[in-house]
Structures are given as C-alpha cells and as structure tokens.
Design a protein around this ligand. Structure first.
Ligand SMILES: Cc1ncc(COP(=O)(O)O)c(C=O)c1O
Ligand code: FES
Length: 402
C-alpha cells in the first residue's frame, strides 16, 4: 500500500503499534465473552475492566462513569436521547451551528419530533457568544450539546464557562469531545460536563470503538436496548479487542498530551511559513483557543478540492472539511457559519498533525504548497483581477445561505 505524508489526523489517526500489540491477543487467544461465568471469559472481563480504568484516568473520571460505544456518532446519539428522556417535560435544546453532523443531524431529526432547537451562531473567529447562549436558555431547556473542539478549525470553546451558564437553568450539558480527548488534558472531577463523547480512532486506537462519559447521578436511558452489558447502559456483546485498544491508546495519550509542544511547534511553523510565502491566504478560526495539531487556512481565489488533488499527487493527505461532507463539494457549514468571504470559503484546507508528524514532512509541504497555489491561481477563472466581482457575489452568496 502507498505511504504518504499524513496531515489528516482529525479525520482519523494511525493505530499505534503498541495499541495493535495490546489488542491482538483478544482477537486470537482470549476470545471469551466477558459476561461468561467461566474463567476463560472472566479473564477477558478483567481486561475490559482495566481498559475502562485507563479511559477513565485519561479524562479524570471514575471507571463506573465510562460506557463503551461503537463510535463517536453513537456516543452523541445516545447522550442526546438520554438527556431528553431524563426530562420528558422539557422540549428545548441548545447547540451550535458548527457541530459535527453526528450532533446537528440528530437535532434536525428532533425538530421533526416536537423539539425546538437553538443553533448558536459563531463569529468570524469561530467562537460562540456566551451572552447569546445565556439569552437562549430557558426553564424549558433540557440540554445544551456543544462541542469541545471543532474538527475543521480546531477552535476550542470555553466549555466550563458554558457549563456554568447551562447549570443555572438546570439543563444537562453534553460535550462532543471527539477531537479534544487525547489532545488536551480533561478532568471530569472538576468539570461541569454531564455527558462527554470520545472516539478511539481520533487518538490512535482503531475505528469502531468509542466511549461515553456519564456523570454519576445523571439519569441515563440506553439507546441500544437488550442485554445487561455496560451495567444496562449499552446492550450488545462488547467489542473486546476495540475496548482493549482504546484503553491502551488512552494510557499512551497521557504521555503524548504532556509532549504536544512538538506537534504545536510543527503546526505553528507550517502555518507561519505558508502565510509568509503565499500571498492572499489567512488562518480560519481563533488562533489563541485552538487544538495544538490543527490549522485551517483559506487560500483565496482557488478551490480547496483542486489543492487537495494536487497535494495528493505529491503524496500529501489533507482535507477541505470533515470527511463526511467533503464528497459534496458544498462549502463547509463550519466556515459558512463563520461568515468567511466567498473567495476564502472555497479555498480552505485543513492540515491536522499528530505526534508522528516529522519536521521533514512539514518541510516537504512547505516546498510544494507555494507551487501548487501559484499554478492553480494562474489557471483560476477567479483570479485576483476578478476579486471585485467576487466580493460583490459574496454578499449575495451569504444572503442566500450558501
Ligand atoms: C467532532 C466530531 N464528532 C463526532 C465525530 C464522529 O465520530 P465517529 O467517526 O467515531 O463516529 C467526529 C469524527 O469525524 C468528529 O470530528
Ligand atoms: S463521521 Fe467521519 S469524518 Fe465525520
């Protein structure tokens, strides 16, 4: 298989070799069912218990507060449904316009089922306004579901300040922390968060395993109903190899989190040099409150997809939005919510690094990017001469909600 310079770690990550090593015996040797009465199954149950502890430790939770799920999407669905079922009399939800589809589309579906949803706006930096949040909360608000860090821009929301406001109204706070866990330290013991979603494949475990943190005392009804697994909070025989892998990845992440300087330095160098060497480009999102591994840069007057295809020819993987929506060629809903100019909106690229990223790889990207952008701008029908015309369209495009 082809290797590449992989700068798309917000889409998914490489499984750590130590994680593979930890999970393999649970595919081959220890295949028992953790719920079985016999010792063969029981030893698997013990390993699952240890993995639960490892995940709990990473986010400062108690192991009884961790429910294993199949992915981040399931965690979000389960959390939102559980929060609403716990307070059936309340029919209002607060979220943001920049959530992942695994939250946004659940909210849209709930709107057809008698719920009202407030989608908080974001400013040009991708930040929400805490006053707007406060003004949207009422006694009828059951749930605020707000992401920790944005997958496209890396922008981090002030979750604890959000939590204080949400708590004033007695609502439940669910946080989609799929992009944050393993990248920034979290401590549920000192947090206002009630429910928190994480996903293994974003922190060097395989795809198809995740976890939901459920604060002790928060009433929880399962999304999947059946057997008594996960203390009745998620039915279905456990994905044991996935759970062991997530446990190991969580343990390793504790070390990596302490060493994000490496990633951050490379990200900052990539960003700074691109801005210096390529005219007409800018960083999208709040540069102060951001994940250490992500940069989203708008290259004016060209198409993001064209940049991606060119990068691909050089063996460089990046992204122009979340993988789910990138097939559509529609500009990203996150960047649209930030009201970026039309000229930037279409030419935005996300580079997301990991601790595997090397200085040589960044050098290579810095070598080819100016050539790619220059070539595409020469070919572009939207070159700088037409900027005035484009700025005119920008008003139109935003007005149409494009
Ligand atoms: C912020 C965010 N939430 C949820 C998800 C969905 O996670 P999963 O792919 O494990 O279902 C993703 C993954 O793209 C994400 O970035
Ligand atoms: S669900 Fe996979 S990238 Fe969004």
């Amino acid at each position: 298989m082809q290797t590449c310079i992989y700068l798309d770690n917000n889409a998914t990550t490489k499984v750590d070799p130590e994680v593979v090593e930890a999970m393999l015996p649970y595919l081959t040797q220890y295949y028992g069912n953790p719920s079985s009465m016999h010792t063969f199954g029981g030893q698997v149950g013990k390993a699952v218990k240890q993995a639960r502890q490892q995940v709990a430790t990473l986010i400062g939770a108690d192991d009884s507060e961790i429910v294993f799920t199949s992915c981040g999407t399931e965690g979000n669905n389960a959390a939102i449904r559980a929060a609403l079922q716990a307070q059936p009399e309340k029919r209002h939800i607060v979220t943001t316009q920049v959530e992942h589809p695994a939250v946004l589309n659940v909210c849209k579906q709930l709107e057809t089922q008698g719920y009202t949803v407030t989608y908080l706006s974001v400013n040009r930096q991708g930040q929400i306004d805490l006053d707007e949040l406060e003004a949207s909360m009422t006694g009828n608000t059951a749930l605020a579901t707000i992401m920790y860090a944005n997958n496209e821009t890396g922008v981090v929301f002030p979750i604890e300040q959000i939590g204080l406001r949400v708590k004033e109204y007695g609502a439940i706070l669910h946080v989609d922390a799929v992009q944050a866990v393993g990248k920034v330290p979290l401590n549920m013991k000192t947090s206002t968060v009630d429910l928190l979603t994480l996903s293994g494949h974003k922190l060097h475990a395989p795809k198809g395993i995740g976890a939901l943190y459920v604060r002790r005392g928060v009433r929880f009804r399962p999304l999947l109903v059946g057997g008594h697994q996960e203390r009745g909070r998620r039915a279905g025989t456990e994905n044991v190899p996935g759970i062991i892998a997530l446990g190991k990845a969580a343990e390793l992440a504790q070390t990596y989190i302490k060493d994000v300087k490496h990633e951050k330095q490379l990200r900052d160098r990539l960003e700074k040099t691109l801005l210096e060497t390529i005219p007409n480009c800018e960083v999208n999102g709040d540069r102060k409150n951001r994940l250490p591994n992500t940069t989203n840069i708008g290259f004016k007057y060209i198409e993001g997809e064209a940049i991606l295809l060119s990068l691909n020819q050089y063996g460089i993987c990046a992204s122009s939005g979340s993988a789910c929506t990138s097939g559509s060629l529609e500009p990203s809903h996150v960047l649209r919510a930030m009201s970026l100019p039309y000229t930037t909106l279409h030419g935005s690229i996300r580079f997301s690094l990991s601790h595997y990223t090397t200085a040589d790889e960044i050098d290579r990207v810095l070598e080819v990017m100016p050539l790619i952008v220059e070539r595409l701008r020469v070919l572009s029908p939207f070159n700088n001469d037409q900027a005035d015309w484009l700025q005119g369209r920008e008003v139109l495009a935003v007005g149409n909600g494009l």
